[in-house]
Write a protein that binds this ligand. Structure first.
Ligand code: SAH
Length: 489
């Protein structure tokens, strides 16, 4: 096989970026936009030693799971990799992927996975969008997305994953720019003003935030923009983000207030969050609530536990668990996220949490060495690369009875679970939760429990005489019967 060959190939799998994979003469060919089950004609673009890339030319026989993409720009954009796959098939694919990784990488042949949690409607679910602003070849102002792996903007104000408010907001921003002759930023020359429009929407509160990322500190005729945007119901925060650097990092550090508050509020479950333009916040709060609800269930809290939430971000899981735990410690490397976490604890009146800024693999061992700090439940939610081995080592040493692992990459999840399960833990069960319909991304959650007699189960009892109360002697007796070492807190 060589460049420019036309091949006919059956797609058997999909890679981590969603490209279809077909086998040809012992080579794996990656073919974007082809899905499992398709028989396709493709043109070889590039060959490496053991694999190659080909371009989809024609679907000869469509997969039974193939559907029409909802978005006319799906193929050009690349933000959604699975739009041409039926949603139920997407869910099956994602669950299989996690199951296979647990089997192949982790050596867990038969993990009990609860049925995958899908979305009711896998569209319009993102609460945050960042649209680049530019010009088309006729000089008209456009908002849209960067065509896959490039920096040329394709005009499209309607992203099917985003909230429905995005489109009318972009219409108003562009109408304002046209009437006041405000130039979009040009990456090539570094001239022009408006770079991006950042929109956030509170799905529960219906509050809207619009933040214009600007190569400057002021916008001409800005009252007109404010007037137009504030006609929209729910408008809560209008700001500028100053970004005068020649960089493709979207946001600068400084926020200039134009109208209203500098943040919006939203809820995940009963917990309220304040979200500013620069804050991290889960993009799909509906599915996040389901995922973190599962974390709460797996943590099995009775009210007596000391919980660690490692990689805690803005404390979403910490605050969720604090509702049922004795005390929660959160650890996160980004100082601004911890500032948000502390503020979120405060506005919800949650006092049994404490947050530390630092690397989980450094903070946990330091604190574990301090007297009286223990861990009954440890939750980890690391980025794709998974946990440092040194952190896993500390978890094993602390011997927490329960570990809950939330993961956005099932390959590193499988690797880390193998480490823990070779050193005293047992994989109880797990679940896949789809937070990102139409894309290849997927979240999983796994419950681990410690096997050694050292580990403990928490049983909440009341001491004393009389009905429903238990004496110390009775505890000792049961402990002996069930071969447990009682630890009274
Ligand atoms: N549970 C969080 C999101 C976790 S995303 C929430 O719901 O908000 C992973 C987080 O890990 C990110 O916030 C990232 O900044 C943080 N992180 C990355 N490496 C880290 C490390 N070594 N120690 C602690 N936190 C880390």
């Amino acid at each position: 096989m060589k460049k420019d060959d036309i091949v006919k190939v059956k797609i058997e799998d999909m890679g981590t970026d969603g490209a279809g994979i077909g086998k040809m003469d012992g080579f794996a060919l990656f073919i974007k936009d082809a899905i499992i089950g398709d028989l396709v004609e493709a043109k070889v673009m590039k060959m490496k030693k053991n694999y190659g890339y080909a371009r989809l030319m024609k679907v000869l026989e469509p997969s039974p799971d193939r559907v029409e993409a909802v978005c006319p720009a799906a193929r050009q954009c690349g933000g959604c990799q699975l739009q041409v796959m039926d949603y139920q098939a997407q869910l099956r694919y994602k669950e299989n992927k996690v199951r296979n990784n647990l089997k192949r990488i982790g050596g867990f042949p038969d993990v009990e996975l609860e049925p995958i949690v899908g979305m009711e409607v896998p569209l319009y679910y993102r609460n945050k969008a960042q649209f680049p602003i530019g010009k088309d070849k006729n000089g008209r102002i456009i908002a849209g997305f960067y065509a896959g792996r490039t920096h040329s903007i394709i005009a499209n104000r309607k992203c099917f994953l985003g909230a429905r408010v995005n489109e009318p907001i972009l219409d108003r921003v562009i109408a304002y720019m046209e009437s006041e002759h405000v130039e979009p930023y040009d990456e090539m020359t570094g001239r022009g003003l408006v770079r991006h429009v950042l929109i956030r929407y509170g799905f529960t509160t219906h509050e809207i935030m619009v933040c214009l990322v600007v190569n400057g500190r002021k916008l001409p005729g800005v009252e007109r923009l404010v007037k137009s945007l504030t006609e929209m119901e729910g408008m809560t925060s209008i700001t500028l983000n100053v970004n005068q650097e020649r960089t493709n990092v979207i946001l600068g550090k400084e926020i200039v207030s134009l109208w209203g508050k500098d943040y919006i509020e939203d809820y995940i479950g009963k917990i309220k969050y304040q979200i500013s333009p620069l804050s991290f916040y889960q993009v799909n709060p509906v599915q996040t609530e389901k995922l973190y609800g599962k974390a709460l269930e797996y943590a099995g809290l009775t009210g007596a536990e000391i919980v660690w939430d490692l990689y805690c971000g803005i404390g979403t899981i910490s605050l969720f668990l604090a509702q049922k735990a004795k005390w929660v410690y959160g650890v996160e490397i980004v100082p601004d996220a911890i500032r948000d976490a502390r503020n979120n604890a405060k506005i919800n009146g949650i006092r049994n949490v404490e947050f530390f800024v630092g690397k989980a693999e450094e903070v946990l061992p330091e604190k574990a060495a301090e007297d009286g700090i223990r861990a009954d439940v440890i939750v980890v939610d690391p980025p794709r690369k998974g946990c440092e081995e040194s952190l896993l080592k500390t978890i094993v040493e602390m011997g927490a009875g329960t570990v809950v692992y939330v993961s956005c990459d099932s390959a590193t999840l499988a690797r880390d679970l193998r480490y823990l399960c070779d050193r005293g833990y047992e994989l109880v069960r797990g679940q896949v939760v789809d937070q990102f319909g139409m894309t290849v991304h997927v979240e999983s959650i796994v419950l681990l429990s410690h096997k050694s007699p050292d580990s403990h189960i928490n049983i909440k009892v009341e001491f004393g005489e009389g009905e429903g109360k238990v004496s110390l002697d009775e505890i000792a007796e049961s402990a002996e019967k069930y071969k447990l070492a009682p630890r009274v807190t």
